[in-house]
Design a protein around this ligand. Structure first.
Ligand code: GTP
Length: 185
């Protein structure tokens, strides 16, 4: 893997706006209609600090408490974007569940991760306070941001924060995610 290649997986409940966030970021557009994702991968070169990173952004199918973590979303992944919608308490509760599934699978205590509260343009139907999101992120040593793919608020910030979380934990620009190094299949 080239030194500046980064694979980022985007996870969260159904319909929280994972695809919309990625499409707004990679293609600068917002789609009002809803098409459930099976899985797709987007490529984007991101200028961050003084480097260029070739990023693969993996859009996943929405999870619920019963879904089993797909090993593709844990092996070879450098960083995670976990998305909830500020207008869905249920999607917020899913974040810790998904986080715990990832750390269990990877056998680590902590992962490079950004927790994203999406759809802040729907302020009238907000069910999750900003402070709750911040607190959850702090407990898990993750970054946190609120976004709107519709109004294009903080969309690029998500991926910059993710690269930052990855860099914080990557000594000497090592390109391989830790879980890759001792995997027994
Ligand atoms: N108001 C508003 N609606 C949004 C926003 N982001 C996404 N949506 C809408 O929410 C619905 C679901 O968006 P998707 O991006 O398909 O959600 P997803 O998380 O990829 O869904 P799955 O593929 O089922 O996991 C769509 O109708 C979007 O138009 C946002 O920032 N604001």
């Amino acid at each position: 893997m080239s030194a500046n290649k980064r694979r980022i997986a985007v996870l969260g409940s159904r319909s929280v706006g994972k695809s919309s966030l990625i499409i707004q970021y990679c293609q600068n557009e917002f789609v009002e209609s809803y098409y459930p994702t099976i899985e797709s991968t987007f490529a984007k070169t991101i200028d961050f600090k003084t480097s260029k990173y070739d990023c693969e952004i993996i859009d996943t199918a929405g999870q619920d408490e019963f879904s089993i973590l797909n090993s593709k979303h844990a092996i070879g992944i450098h960083g995670y974007v976990l998305v909830y919608s500020v207008s869905s308490r249920n999607s917020f509760d899913m974040i810790q569940i998904v986080y715990d599934k990832i750390i269990d699978f990877c056998g680590v205590t902590n992962i490079p991760c950004v927790i994203v509260g999406s759809k802040i343009d729907l302020d009238k139907s907000r069910q999750v306070k900003s402070e709750e999101g911040q607190k959850l992120a702090k407990t898990n040593d993750a970054a946190w941001v609120e976004t709107s793919a519709k109004s294009n608020i903080n969309v690029a910030k998500v991926f910059e924060l993710c690269l930052n979380e990855i860099e914080k934990r990557t000594p000497n620009n090592q390109a391989e995610p830790p879980v890759n190094r001792c995997l027994i299949m």
